[in-house]
Design a protein. Structure first.
Length: 653
């Protein structure tokens, strides 16, 4: 491949050098910050030889190349005299990416605590079920214990958010948790309660302290840690090194805590109350509006990353009111609508590859993972996306009118239905189920009626190699004859096929690629293989070969095996943004390695703490060179265990 020509073509089609603010790359993609996305000729880029696909989301225009991306990137930077996004400080770029930065911050703060809130919320739902079926009573100690266990995740929400916010604002995590603890301290709560009862206020150094309680709140602690991100660096600058170990924490607490209690906390509390008033008004007067909009437009929000903006609103509503009508219900029916639209494509299309992709991605969308269906089918063919918007909007309207609400923070999918069992029985759950059925049926029917404009299948795609044709002819002949030639066919295929084995590069649970939350991997765009959820932060060579790609951020490694296989091991999703933190390579590019050699060490907990999914795609990027690439999934695998089987044609002697 001529990387210089490819880079020149891409640069021209994204709008030229003058339209590029900056560019960087990860293991597989060029990541552009464009001044005007509309100037990019996306369809033309997708059809360029050497380009696997295009994704425009989260403030970045991503051109998917594959493992040759670094070579294309080098030529691109040289041709256009471009700057790297990681070092670009232009005001124009800062202005353009402001929304993306805010959404990334929100996602980084709330995503890590979602499992805690989901577990606590489902425990509350379980308590409701036990009371409904009279297995416990509200007066029993069993109820009281289970109830406060379920409440704990929400009550201590400020401390949880202090921890995650500290990582996003780059301040001391444990010092931030102390600020959260100050807001929840029993003495402070007692003082506020007494002041409210007696009508007397609280003051500190002559300044009034807000009479607010901060358990189950979201906004005050986020604002407090944001303020702390300015105070702590200031303290580090002015405190002498000899006393910095206690001087910095001391000064930080003495400044941040009082300002939070006097100004920031009350302000954040009023903002939370105001947000609650707005949605209470909407629930009372136009209850159908928000679920309808969320149900219809969630796919568009996901494409831009703006769905992260709904997460804190939903969590804040759950924490303050005990239920959520903003994020959960609308997103649930939207996801199911996307699944219905994709499955309709699977039923209608005659193209076997589209049918397979639409079937698998449609099912995963119903189960809450929509990106593969969104990017692989619905957005790609447009009409299914329209169908999913119609189905999601109609179902959102129904659940809005019926007052459907979720009582726990869970993933918006069909599996989340138990979270709709409320304190008043199964009425809400029944309407939630009806809403899901409406979303699926309407989107399925509309998508089936609209159909898709199928892409023509090129002869070269049908007949990949001359050797494949050698096998294909006797198979087709046997099919035509409709006789007992099945065994003959089998012998012809088996006699012309040889297998290679690729071994597990790390310890963990092997799963199918469709479980990866990145559509590029989930859809097999870069090649077939599996993914591994690692149990140990070490990557070993899966074959004898050469390290042909080792990225600057160290999050991915490419190996070309002596057997001709081209392998990519990508540790985590979107982990290029970590800039190499938590990764320690043990080899260099072009180094010859043997199976079992240590290639890379990484800090699993550190990566998770930053809010990134650690799942590791393990793929064969030259899958088109093989008749089949199959893997063992659904089990725990050890390093060096047989994991992938590559089937290829034997060469004639």
């Amino acid at each position: 491949m001529n990387f210089k020509n490819l880079a020149a073509t891409i640069l021209e089609k994204v709008g030229g050098q003058e339209n590029v603010s900056s560019v960087t790359h990860c293991a597989t993609r060029l990541r552009f910050n464009l001044k005007d996305d509309q100037k990019a000729d996306t369809d033309s880029i997708k059809n360029t030889k050497g380009v696997v696909g295009v994704v425009n989301k989260g403030g970045q225009y991503q051109v998917i190349i594959g493992t040759d991306v670094s070579d294309v990137y080098n030529q691109l930077v040289e041709l256009g005299n471009l700057s790297d996004a990681s070092s670009n400080n232009s005001n124009e770029d800062d202005e353009k990416s402001a929304i993306a930065k805010v959404l990334d911050t929100i996602a980084g703060m709330f995503t890590p605590i979602v499992p805690v809130l989901a577990g606590a919320g489902m425990l509350k739902a379980l308590v409701t079920l036990l009371i409904t079926f009279k297995l416990i009573t509200p007066q029993s100690q069993n109820f009281q214990i289970l109830n406060f266990m379920g409440d704990a995740g929400f009550y201590f929400l400020p401390i949880l958010l202090a921890s995650t916010a500290a990582k996003k604002f780059k301040v001391n995590q444990y010092l931030a948790m102390v600020i959260g603890g100050i807001l929840l301290h029993p003495t402070f709560i007692s003082m506020v309660t007494t002041a409210k009862q007696t009508g007397k206020g609280i003051d500190f150094m002559g300044l009034p302290v807000g009479l607010a309680t901060y358990s189950t709140t979201v906004i005050p602690i986020i604002l407090a840690i944001w303020f702390m991100s300015y105070v702590e660096p200031f303290a580090n600058r002015i405190i002498p090194k000899t006393i910095r170990i206690f001087g910095v924490p001391l000064l930080t607490i003495l400044i941040v805590a009082p300002v939070t209690l006097i100004v920031i906390g009350p302000l954040g509390n009023y903002l939370g109350i105001g947000l609650g008033v707005i949605f209470t008004f909407l629930d009372s007067h136009v209850s159908w509006l928000v679920p309808t909009l969320v149900g219809a437009f969630t796919p568009l929000l996901v494409m831009t990353g703006m769905h992260y903006g709904l997460i804190p609103i939903g969590i804040n509503m759950l924490a303050t009111k005990g239920y959520d009508t903003v994020a959960g219900p609308g997103m649930m029916v939207s996801n199911i609508a996307q699944g219905g639209a994709a499955l309709a494509v699977a039923f209608r299309t005659k193209n076997a590859s589209i049918k397979t992709l639409a079937s698998s991605t449609g099912i995963t969308a119903i189960l809450g993972i929509t990106e593969p269906a969104l990017y692989g089918i619905n957005l790609r063919y447009k009409r299914p996306l329209i169908a999913s918007i119609i189905g999601g909007g109609a179902a959102g309207l129904f659940i809005g009118i019926m007052g459907v609400r979720r009582f726990a923070q869970v993933s918006p999918s069909i599996e989340s239905l138990p979270a709709y069992i409320g304190p008043h029985g199964f009425f809400v759950l029944i309407n939630a189920v009806i809403g899901c059925v409406l979303a699926f049926v309407i989107s399925f029917v509309v998508s089936f009626i609209l159909g898709i404009k199928e892409e023509p299948v090129e002869k070269a795609e049908k007949d990949k190699t001359d050797n494949t044709e050698t096998i294909k002819e006797p198979v087709e002949k046997a099919e035509k004859d409709k006789t007992d030639n099945t065994e003959t066919i089998k012998e012809v295929v088996e006699n012309n096929v040889e297998n290679d084995v690729i071994y597990s590069p790390l310890k963990g649970k092997s799963v199918e690629l469709k479980e990866v939350s990145d559509a590029v991997f989930a859809e097999g765009i870069l090649g077939r293989g599996i993914a591994i959820i690692p149990e140990e932060g070490k990557i070993y060579a899966p074959v004898d070969g050469t390290v042909t790609a080792l990225f600057n951020t160290n999050h991915a490694i490419g190996i070309t095996g002596e057997n001709g296989s081209e392998i990519l091991i990508h540790v985590g999703i979107d982990t290029v943004k970590l800039g190499g933190r938590y990764y320690a390579p043990k080899v260099t590019k072009d180094q010859i390695v043997k199976k079992g050699d240590l290639l890379l060490e990484f800090d699993i907990e550190g990566i998770k703490a930053e809010g990134y999914d650690i799942i590791t795609p393990f793929i064969v990027t030259n899958s088109e060179d093989y008749l089949d690439v199959s893997g063992i999934t659904g089990k725990f695998v050890e390093v060096g265990e047989s994991l992938l089987k590559l089937e290829k044609l034997k060469l004639a002697n």
